[in-house]
Design a protein around this ligand. Sequence first.
Ligand SMILES: Cc1ncc(COP(=O)(O)O)c(C=O)c1O
Length: 406
Amino acid sequence: MSADLPDSLRPDTLAVHTGIHRSEANEMSEGMFLTQGYAYDSAEQARDAFAGEIDIYMYSRYANPTVTAFQERLAAIEGAESCFATSTGMSAVFVSLGSILGQGDRLVAAKALFGSTLQTFANFFEKWGIEIDYVDGNDPADWERALATPAKAVFIESPTNPMQDVLDIPRIAELSHAAGALLIVDNVFATAIGQKPLELGADAVVYSATKHIDGQGRVLGGAILGSADYVDGPVKLMVRNMGATISPFNAWVLLKGLETLAVRVRHQAASALELATWLDDHPKVRIARYPLHPSHPQHELAVSQMSLGGTLVTLDLDLGPGVDVAGPEAQAAAFRFMNALRLFTCSNNLGDAKSISTHPATTTHNKMSPEGRAEVGISETTVRLSIGLEDVEDLRADLERALAQV
Ligand SMILES: Cc1ncc(COP(=O)(O)O)c(C=O)c1O
């Protein structure tokens, strides 16, 4: 926390004023410390720093002033005791679990997760002898079954990517703790502005900062937030030694991104709700999923744990009764729709100022088996829309024009 700020500031104020450590130049905008390391005043000082007797910057794989500023600011917004930044969202996911799991440990995870997270679990954690129990995230009985046996960690996304299932964080936290497990929530879809998993009972939160925190599609980054014991213990030990460190340049971009995160996300979420409401009634759309829309299957739960519904709308096109939603005709219709969009760019990021359309079955979730995709509800007709900062009426007109191609 920066010196001499008044007590009890609210997150919007903290987002602008936390993490400021001005240099002798007294700069207004935060300085960028683009350096691999730091000079010691003497050999004795270097010795004492390596011995852990004094706490100074030593090497940027360990710590860097710009990265510290980003960590302090994000921790203040999230209301977390501690934050550690990582090179990407995936390194945050990996380290959040890899730093505490060992051979023979049990990990319980919801089935519906980002594609690379599932790949990491299947190709590495399982190979290293970690037992993984996958749960149907919206089935309370399945959570009770899985967490009747002790576990080391529980990992979920809520809302999930891309189908926007909303999971009961307080209940899953209760069951996790009874099983002796740490509950880690990937909060990318909700953002730090729309949902506070730590207040809902989770132990740790991970972010791909590449998404809304940057918000303008410039850099990759990630972060892990939680108690000082966990973040400054195993998490820091692992990142510092395995080297999944964020670059100071990226941390600076993300630090500045945090200043505008709330206004961007509130604007994008308002447009997303408006478009979801309109799309859900559109004859060419079977369903438009948005957590805070009344038609969402877990709408009440979403209202109880989210203050904003996020910036994404996941729709399924309505191709009529004769069309196989897993077949080539469905894929061709989804591609016609996406290729006709002019303001939604076909890409696989989300949370950007520019609106984005993604076909999860053939991109972000293409490594899942067709059965696995069907199980979580992803079909060839599914299109994920990330709503940007454009005028909502221009976005609606673009979608209307493209839906006419379906
Ligand atoms: C929910 C979720 N978690 C993690 C990640 C990984 O983030 P990164 O691409 O920054 O590694 C993504 C990226 O799309 C994501 O959507």
